[in-house]
Design a protein around this ligand. Structure first.
Ligand SMILES: [Zn+2]
Length: 482
């Protein structure tokens, strides 16, 4: 990136002409909607597959994967090619599943027809994965589990792949969110991504059979469905030598978190305590959404639907609910409460309000909605088309080397956060917390910043980066999310 602005590499480049497939055909792929700690991969059939492999929406990058003699991409679980096949098939299936519920095409935020899938970067070992709008790609990595000695590859986990493609889907539909600074917007992005990972599991018969073995269909009990990214989570716990996540998973959707103002929380909480960091804070929204799904599933079983069929149907409803929610969701920065109001409204508008009461009740019990919002929730969310940027200058105490920087915050007029001076105050608080947590990257005027520079020593993407324009320091949101 040139010194002037990160916008230079966000700018829409002219789309290359769509390559017409010479031979686009069905091919069978290794597929695992969970990961190898939970189960070995099965297979799935993808349509419109060309050599590479590539489809209309995805292209394998960083490695080329040749099909077997029979034209398929099915490999033994331990075969390194299995990871590439799973990463590719999980990406394609996640998008197809969402678009089918959404009832239309989701354009990528980076305005190129195909997203790159890098199944396993070889250059740096790390237990992570990320979506990058900058590069139009989802990226996966590997490392060795410090305790078990096994190789962990995040690209071999369909859950991790669905999570990153979930980010890309939401970024395509609501690009303003990756310009926002607060915990609620960041937390919702993470929750949406985890929700896609969880919901993909509900459509996988092998997973559902195991879930019913584990909890008989009572989703209020933890299972491989509610645990997200088991293999990666165990690896991270083993690397740190502490049970940071609360179990063999990265995050757990069965939880009892209630609303707490992120401004009052530490950056990182723990298994039973929320933090304001986006992944950490996402557990509250995911817990509430999963509780809604748990109730829907219980109702189906109570009416005689067998558990496996109930989970599959509940998952289909859940995907539809997510798709409906995005239609009615704010376009700029928002609070969880505003998003919960949009959730109720989306059900009233697109689902005849069949689950609206349940959503209100669960999100009220979680203290995301307050009881007096019941009456007017429907009127609280007018339609809106756009968001505008509110400019804040960092002045006061505690900004250190960032003093005087200009920050912009996306605001959707239909989801007001108070007067602009209130938005500015919130933004100063949010940025202060990010500075204290080391999540803003300082740069020098004239410094060339490339995508690889936008990660900290732990491999986490920075939330913001300093850019310079005619001597003025700006802080811009990094459009990369792990
Ligand atoms: Zn994420």
């Amino acid at each position: 990136m040139q010194l002037s602005s990160i916008r230079s590499f966000n700018a829409a480049s002219p789309a290359p002409p769509a390559s017409k497939p010479e031979v686009a055909q069905e091919a069978e792929f290794s597929y695992n909607s969970q990961d190898r700690l939970v189960m070995d991969p099965g297979t799935t059939v993808l349509k419109g597959v060309e050599a590479g492999p590539r489809t209309e929406r995805f292209a394998m990058k960083g490695t080329s994967l040749q099909p077997n003699a029979d034209g398929d991409y099915v490999f033994e679980a331990k075969d390194p090619r299995s990871t590439s096949a799973v990463a590719f098939s999980a990406a394609q299936k996640t998008l197809e599943t969402f678009e089918s519920a959404f009832g239309g095409k989701v354009d990528w935020a980076f305005r190129r027809p195909q997203m790159g899938v890098y199944p396993d970067h070889q250059d740096r070992p790390m237990l992570n994965a990320y979506y990058s709008r900058n590069d139009g790609s989802v990226n996966f990595f590997h490392d060795t589990d410090r305790v078990t000695g096994t190789l962990i590859q995040s690209g071999s986990s369909g859950e991790v792949v669905s999570h990153e493609v979930g980010h890309a889907i939401l970024d395509g539909l609501r690009p303003g969110y990756l310009a926002a600074w607060n915990s609620d917007t960041g937390g919702f992005h993470e929750s949406f991504a985890d929700s896609m990972a969880i919901l993909m599991g509900t459509q996988d018969e092998a997973v559902v059979a195991k879930v019913v073995d584990q909890n008989g269909g009572d989703l209020s009990k933890p299972s491989i469905l509610s645990g997200v990214a088991e293999e990666l989570g165990r690896g991270i716990n083993n690397a740190s030598g502490t049970n940071r996540t609360g179990g063999d998973y990265l995050r757990q959707a069965v939880n009892n978190f209630k609303w707490a103002d992120p401004r009052t929380l530490p950056e990182r909480g723990g298994p039973d305590r929320l933090g304001h960091e986006a992944h950490d804070f996402s557990r509250l929204w995911t817990g509430a959404f999963y509780e809604v799904l748990t109730q829907i599933n219980q109702e189906k079983m109570d009416s005689g639907v067998p558990p496996q069929e109930a989970i599959k149907q509940t998952g289909q409803e859940g995907i539809k609910m997510l798709a409906n929610l995005v239609r009615e969701a704010p376009k700029g920065q928002f609070t969880y409460r505003q998003m919960a109001e949009a959730f109720v409204k989306s059900d009233e508008k697109h689902n005849a309000g069949q689950q609206a009461g349940r959503i209100r009740e669960v999100f009220t019990n979680r203290e995301i909605l307050s009881p007096n919002l019941y009456a007017n929730a429907e009127d609280a969310v007018p339609a809106s088309e756009n968001f505008r940027m509110v400019q804040t200058t960092l002045r006061g105490s505690g900004f250190g080397q960032f003093e005087g920087a200009v920050v912009k915050t996306p605001v959707d007029e239909a989801f007001p956060l108070g007067k602009d001076v209130e938005t500015e105050k919130r933004t100063r608080d949010d940025i202060k917390r990010l500075i204290d947590a080391g999540r803003i990257l300082m740069t020098n005027p004239g410094q060339r910043v490339e995508t690889k520079d936008l990660f900290d020593a732990q491999g986490r993407p920075y939330v913001g980066v300093v850019t310079w324009e005619n001597g003025q320091m700006n802080i811009e949101r990094v459009p990369i999310i792990s």
